[in-house]
Design a protein around this ligand. Structure first.
Ligand code: FAD
Length: 507
């Protein structure tokens, strides 16, 4: 028996070094979160024999910790969007997705998702995921009820609203309380079981196996402390999540993200990305991540203004909390950032305890607040004065905050809420990963397909790939939809002739 210590995700194993194959399947899926579950479901539904390896003792991964919210729309709108009075044209959805993808947006993935998202909603329902026909209009992070449709991004804010008709697209499953991801994963895991996928828990993928031509043809897995060799006739689908828990990888690839003290996830150690790279896979957008402090609700706080330690504003505060947080992270001088509110807009943040947002200063005049915060004389005063002058006219010429959130900050007492990055709860997960086609096929540095290798979810660089463009629901939208594409493509490789290469011992 070969020791598991000999293998590492960063080094592929040559098929010539495989002593024997202990297991075999048409499609091997690694990781039983949302992406892996959807890849396995689609591959198995086409008749492929699927082996699913999961390092944990059960299914779920980070997906089961999540809100379960999925970003859906286009084609005129889901039934829930339409019942709430919204129509969501595909071109608006596509425009938003491309803008949200940032400077390196993946237009092909965005287009496919915008066109197929409504069908994906029906697919999720057909798997058994329930959605209540209801809509919450207020600006919230996640429903605490079993309601469905919410505004979960920056759709109604500048610059997105100028280019694409705003529409709420966050669809939360019918689950009472936060954390609908647990329910979502229970439903998907049941489907995996119904389709007789061969699931192996407590099984850590150690390394890919590749043949001399560079084709990925299997996986080394550690089971009971020993290396086992699994042959994949069609391909291996990597769905092991991102790398936020691997602080060394974060330091190397996404150092700005280290400023968030609260990485959120489960394993997320980058093993899948490293395995992909070991056979020449290109890892892209590795510096990008989701970072947020849940500073609203209540929505009244959006009527406040954020300032940095120069006393300057830097963002339109009506954006999604994750976009605002990205701007906070990038402020000069580091950590000192406050949300200024007056008596009319102040209310304690709903997530005050979790977010650790405290009152940094409170006074009867803005001059006193400025002094208490030890800001350069006149800096805060001038910012507030300019903001108030235009807010009275319903304008924000600097940052284009929408009219409904503009209200002069003129009713004492005045408050500065302390949103220091090194003190408050800024959570984070990574968005960079393996470069893939919409089919899930992994690409090398020349954007050539690596035969036999697929990736989805946070192991891949998918639809969400730019922190300032992230909207809640985009990660699971990407993981579930593109997980499905990867599973389908890998399974179809049988029909395309991959099975002809099957060695006789498995015929
Ligand atoms: C608190 C919280 C709330 C969130 N809410 C939302 C939300 O509402 N909507 C949204 O879109 N996103 C949300 N996210 C983000 C989202 O949950 C994740 O980005 C997404 O679930 C990733 O899915 P995945 O399938 O790629 O990875 P995962 O769900 O993490 O699945 C990866 C699986 O691979 C396994 N694994 C890892 N390495 C190996 C290995 N070497 N061998 C075998 N198995 C391995 C892991 O154990 C895990 O089960 C939230 C995240 C958190 C933490």
């Amino acid at each position: 028996m070969t020791s598991a210590m000999e293998h590492s995700p960063g080094r592929a194993c040559s098929v010539s070094r495989v002593p024997r194959f202990d297991l075999e399947a048409d499609v091997i899926v690694v990781g039983f979160g949302a992406a892996g579950a959807c890849a396995a479901i689609e591959a198995a539904a086409t008749g492929a024999r699927v082996l699913l390896f999961e390092v944990a003792a059960g299914s779920g991964g980070t997906s089961a910790l999540s809100g379960g919210e999925i970003y859906l729309g286009g084609s005129g709108g889901t039934p829930i969007q339409r019942a709430a009075g919204f129509s969501d044209a595909t071109h608006d959805f596509l425009t938003y997705l491309v803008m949200a993808g940032g400077p390196n947006a993946d237009a092909a993935k965005a287009r496919l998702y915008a066109e197929e998202s409504l069908a994906h909603f029906h697919w999720l329902r057909s798997q058994g995921v329930q959605y209540k026909n209801s809509y919450i209009a207020e600006k919230i992070v996640e429903p605490v009820t079993d309601d469905c449709l919410i505004w979960s991004g920056s759709e109604a804010a500048w610059p997105f609203a100028q280019e694409a008709k705003p529409c709420p697209r966050g669809h939360c499953p019918q689950f009472v309380g936060m954390g609908g991801g647990k329910y979502l994963m229970e439903v998907l895991a049941q489907r995996v079981s119904d389709l007789n996928v061969d699931v192996r828990f407590n099984s850590r993928a150690l390394a890919l196996i590749a043949d001399d031509s560079g084709r990925v043809c299997g996986l080394v897995v550690r089971i009971d402390g020993e290396s086992r060799y699994a042959r994949a006739h069609n391909g291996v689908v990597l769905c092991t999540g991102g790398f936020i828990m691997n602080r060394e990888m974060v330091r190397r690839h996404a150092p700005l993200m280290l400023r968030s003290r609260q990485p959120i996830g489960t394993v997320d150690d980058g093993s899948g990305i490293r395995m992909g790279m070991s056979v020449g896979g290109a890892a892209i957008n590795m510096s990008e991540g989701f970072v947020t402090i849940p500073w609203y609700p209540p929505g009244s706080l959006v009527k406040g203004i954020f300032i940095n330690e120069c006393g300057q504003r830097f963002v339109n505060e009506d954006c999604y909390h994750g976009r605002v947080s990205q701007y906070i992270l990038r402020q000069p001088g580091g950590d000192r950032v406050w949300l200024l509110v007056d008596q009319a807009s102040y209310a304690p943040p709903d997530f005050q305890q979790l977010a650790r947002i405290e009152i940094g200063a409170a006074a009867e005049t803005w001059e006193e607040v400025e002094r208490e915060l030890q800001l350069p004389q006149g800096s805060l005063i001038n910012t507030v004065e300019l903001y108030n002058r235009y807010a009275r006219q319903g304008e924000d010429p600097l940052f284009h905050k929408a009219r409904e959130w503009l209200q002069p900050l003129e009713k004492p007492p005045f408050v500065a809420l302390d949103c220091r990055v090194d003190h408050c709860f800024y959570s984070s997960f990574t968005l960079g990963g393996l470069d893939t086609l919409p089919t899930g096929e992994v690409l090398n540095e020349d954007r050539g397909v690596i035969p036999g290798l697929y990736a989805a979810g946070r192991t891949a660089c998918g639809l969400p790939r730019w922190g300032p463009g992230y909207s809640s629901g985009m990660s699971l939208a990407d993981a579930t939809f593109f997980g499905r594409q990867a599973g389908l493509r890998a399974a179809r490789a049988i029909a395309n002739g991959a099975s002809r290469n099957r060695p006789p011992e498995f015929e």
